[in-house]
Design a binder for this molecule. Structure first.
Ligand SMILES: Nc1ncnc2c1ncn2[C@@H]1O[C@H](COP(=O)(O)OP(=O)(O)O)[C@@H](O)[C@H]1O
Ligand SMILES: Cc1cn([C@H]2C[C@H](O)[C@@H](COP(=O)(O)OP(=O)(O)O)O2)c(=O)[nH]c1=O
Length: 214
């Protein structure tokens, strides 16, 4: 497979979606159908159906391990149906969140434990990892303030109502992922202006997935 698989990671409110949308609209012109985008949970019909179950505000009784399994199921479908077929056709695949989100949110946030969540996900991923992960680094409070400032109340999902401690555990788990995967995970300072974050992301892409950026 000589395509490239790039994932965006970070706490809620870090600005991933904002920067990703800008990047994608620029890359679409250049790459056309050599660019494939996805997101987790979701990315195709089956995985989007799983997403709706996970994020449904009515599902207050969802057990942490049920949730972790559903994320892994969505991931499996994303890999098999969307990501790998595109990589086999030498495309660039950019995905909003991937395995690191499960390690951080279910492993850290929900306290299942990072290594247990990692092990469980091996069934879904068979060891498959991104070529490059761009991590949006931001203090928990700043991310949450951004969300609070900009979101309408009917836009709030089950995970947005988690406690500050939950988000701090997620953040801490992400820091560990960054520390333990220096080759794969590149960090951007997400507290900067949108323009500066965007330009840092483009610099990283220019360096690590050069052939799609020229
Ligand atoms: N660099 C930035 N500075 C200030 N506000 C930002 C920045 N990036 C994003 N935002 C705003 O913060 C909110 C969350 O951004 P979003 O891109 O949805 O984050 P994420 O997808 O990481 O959860 C949005 O309302 C967005 O307009
Ligand atoms: C992929 C994934 C996401 N999540 C969470 C992180 C987000 O809060 C939520 C996805 O919702 P989404 O609205 O896509 O959030 P964002 O714009 O911040 O990416 O799901 C997990 O808890 N585990 C996972 O494995």
């Amino acid at each position: 497979m000589s395509g490239k698989f790039v994932t965006f990671e970070g706490p809620d409110g870090a600005g991933k979606t904002t920067v990703l949308n800008r990047l994608l609209s620029n890359l679409e012109n250049k790459l056309g159908d050599r660019l494939v985008t996805s997101r987790e949970p979701g990315g195709n019909n089956i995985a989007e159906s799983i997403r709706n179950v996970i994020l449904d505000r009515e599902n207050t009784k969802m057990d942490s391990r049920t949730e972790a399994l559903l994320y892994a199921a969505s991931r499996r479908q994303n890999i098999v149906q969307t990501v790998k077929p595109a990589l086999e056709k030498q495309k660039l695949v950019i995905c909003d969140r991937f395995l690191d989100s499960s390690i951080a949110y279910q492993g850290g946030g929900r306290m299942i434990g990072e290594s247990l969540v990692y092990e469980m996900n091996q069934f879904a991923t068979e060891g498959f990892l991104p070529d490059l992960t761009i991590y949006f680094d931001i203090p928990v409070e700043v991310g949450l303030q951004r969300i609070a400032k900009n979101r309408k109340s009917d836009d709030i999902d089950r995970l947005d109502v988690e406690t500050i401690d939950f988000h701090k555990r997620v953040h801490h788990a992400y820091q560990e992922i960054v520390k333990n995967n220096p080759k794969r995970v590149k960090v951007v300072d997400a507290t900067q202006s949108i323009d500066d974050v965007y330009s840092d992301v483009v610099s990283i892409m220019n360096k690590y997935v050069k052939k799609f950026m020229e």
